[in-house]
Design a binder for this molecule. Sequence first.
Ligand SMILES: [Zn+2]
Length: 559
Amino acid sequence: MNALRSTRGFAAKIVVPKRSYNIDRLSKVYIPSGGKIASKEDTSNDLLTRAGYIRSSHSGLTQMLPLGLMVQKNIENLVHKHMKLIGGSEVSLCLLSPAELWQKTGRFDNDEVFKLQDFHGSGYVLSPTHEEEITNLIKSDVVSYRSLPVRTYQIGRKFRDEKRPRGGLLRGKEFIMKDMYTFDRTKEEALKTYDNVVDAYNELFHEIGVRFVQAQAHSGDIGGNKSHEFHFLNDHGSDTILTCTNLDDCGYAANIEVAKPGIDEKNRVHFDESAGDHIEFSVSKDGLTLYEIYIPRNRSFNRLSLNTDIFPDIDPTMNSSKQALHKYKTSESQGANVEKQTIRVIDSHIEMTSVAFNGSPITIINATLAIPNDPCPVCATSHLQESNAIEIGHTFYLGTKYSKPLSATYVPPSGKSAIDIEMGCFGIGITRLIAAITEAKRDSAGLVWPRIIAPWEIVLIAKNNVFKDLDGGADKLGKELTNKLQKQGLRVVFDDREDKSLGWKLKDSKLLGFPVTIIVNENYLTNGTVEVQWRESGEKESIVLVDENGNVNEKLLNF
Ligand SMILES: [Zn+2]
């Protein structure tokens, strides 16, 4: 011990040199201009390319340049904050995932999954998502109910063998995603977790400041039976959603693939197969009950409407009428007293009396997907309208879809047999969000970033020729003012690019999308005022930058 003490006494004092890592001059940042000629048909990708945020390396592959990466990091920081606020523990899983895990869950054969082999011939997947990996990881550590709940998340690269990549960051083969995976003891707890994460998503997107909607959604290939999508409503979006015309008060929005119509008693049709009305089929799990579903003309059957809440014995794995009919015809009754039967399900848009009575039980439900102008299923007083939308996030309650095939179980308090863990997964496309925000906020002059994710909140330009007699000229003054604003916590950059004119810089600051441009001109020397241009509103005003007490103008601190 004494020896240790004496050694410590001689320890050299380590001096950490003070250095500022703030980038505060645009001339120091790699912002290649060009790359794309401006046109009226500029996509968000063209605009980001032209402004020097990104470059395309190949179809479906996009490189991030410094400004693009700054926006990406700002979004990531915001996402980290909201995930940590709900108890998310950050992890970083391997991008290579053994093929056998994917074979167990039946997702290996998905043709959008990149597959590869190592030197020894072992198969791998380049992960498009991490349900398999995280479930496999958690199951090796969670054995008791005491270890649950667990909420893990990561922000990282994902890969998808996109057959038709488009829109650059919107739909590429490689992208950055935030994915959260949650593990709970019971369905009730998992659904509470689900609501908790959905609330966090609402707060996160609200903070970004672009109008969004939360829409009911189909689980798709991920699985599970409760799902929502988050969208920006935008004419250029590739998704179609139906929203209540009174969206702000009612809140109903759903992907057109799952949207339900409200009851419309006035517009019932007389069932007539020659007019296009038709019958679809589904079947019970034991194959002995056939469901005949009567669908009116011009409407699509919503297979999800025949769920186990209404028909507990229905087989949810049936994807088509043909498949259901085949199962019914080939099923065999195991007991002498069990006979095959038919149940007729009539969509509520059909007059029940127009379907001939044949002794089979009849149930009336909303069996079709909603179409524009249908009554809203929630408020009933308004109607549904169709909008294009860009998806920015997706949430899934998974139940035991992954824990069951991967044997992820825990031992309950009773200590009896192990129970499958209840799961949820929650994605946000980080790089996709950059393109979506670009699309939602852009104007004819260029990008318009919300303050919280802009590379810099403010760009400061000093009019060169005005300050040529000043000690150090425009460069010294610009640098000093930039540092003064930075000390107030503002993210400010000085546009010190020497070879560019004031007009060019102003045009470029609009193209690059900084929320505020400050122009320091001759007035600064006489009365301390500068011109401020607000990017989103286009308004210009003259303000005192710093008052006699050295305080920075409130307008710049609280915009
Ligand atoms: Zn409504």
